[in-house]
Design a protein around this ligand. Structure first.
Ligand code: ATP
Ligand code: MG
Length: 201
């Protein structure tokens, strides 16, 4: 039996916070592999800055190329339509029936999970791992789990230290200031962005 971490997101673009989130959960939870799954059309984002799913998928592949246990899946992109996590986890459980799935989220996503479509299916298929995005998050995450998610059947591991305070929004807003974002994004992903003229106003 393997333990597989799943990280869903827009990855617009993928940054070192996503990679450190994966590294941290892999080590703490003893995961065998991690699958990054870029969304097709995110259900809760109508973002004019959202670049095509092909670009987002390519950037994810570039960012994980030196990690042998990290994969990128186009399962949501191929499915098209709105990307629902309950459907993705149902599909993955069919592909990996004997493995345990860990759905890895940052604090912001964890705090909305009960509002996602069919949260009971999500909680049935996967254990949830939650990582703070800043120092204040731990207590909030814990009480959200106890008050909202546990009563819906969730099992969660909540960690108490943030990995790296960065967001894709910050990267997009500072795309022309490489000195500022150099330590926050993979060099080859940055080159891909430049070559394809992404996120420039
Ligand atoms: P945006 O600013 O566009 O929303 P983002 O940085 O939040 O981008 P997403 O693709 O929305 O990236 O996030 C995918 C998943 O990774 C989510 O569960 C999110 O909470 C988590 N995540 C993103 N950045 C971090 C970070 N620095 N630390 C911990 N979790 C993170
Ligand atoms: Mg986000």
């Amino acid at each position: 039996m393997n333990k597989i971490g799943i990280i869903g997101g827009t990855f617009n673009p993928i940054h070192n916070g996503h990679i450190l989130l994966a590294n941290y959960c892999k080590e703490k939870l003893n995961l065998n592999k991690i699958i990054f799954i870029p969304t097709y059309t995110p259900p809760h984002k109508s973002d004019k800055d959202l670049v095509s799913e092909v670009h987002r998928l390519n950037m994810c592949s570039i960012a994980v190329q030196n990690f042998e246990d990290y994969l990128v899946s186009d399962i949501e992109i191929k499915r098209k339509g709105k990307s629902y996590t309950y459907e993705t986890l149902t599909n993955l459980k069919e592909i990996y029936p004997d493995d345990s799935l860990y759905f890895i989220t940052g604090a912001d996503m964890f705090l909305t999970l009960e509002k996602w479509k069919n949260p009971n299916v999500i909680f049935d298929k996967a254990i949830i791992a939650a990582v703070p995005r800043n120092r204040m998050d731990f207590e909030v995450l814990n009480s959200h789990y106890i008050n909202f998610l546990k009563p819906l059947g969730a099992t969660a591991c909540i960690f108490d230290e943030p990995v790296l305070s960065v967001s894709s929004t910050f990267i997009r807003e500072n795309i022309d200031n490489y000195d500022l974002i150099e330590s926050l994004i993979d060099r080859n992903v940055y080159e891909y962005i430049t070559k394809n003229n992404l996120y420039r106003k």
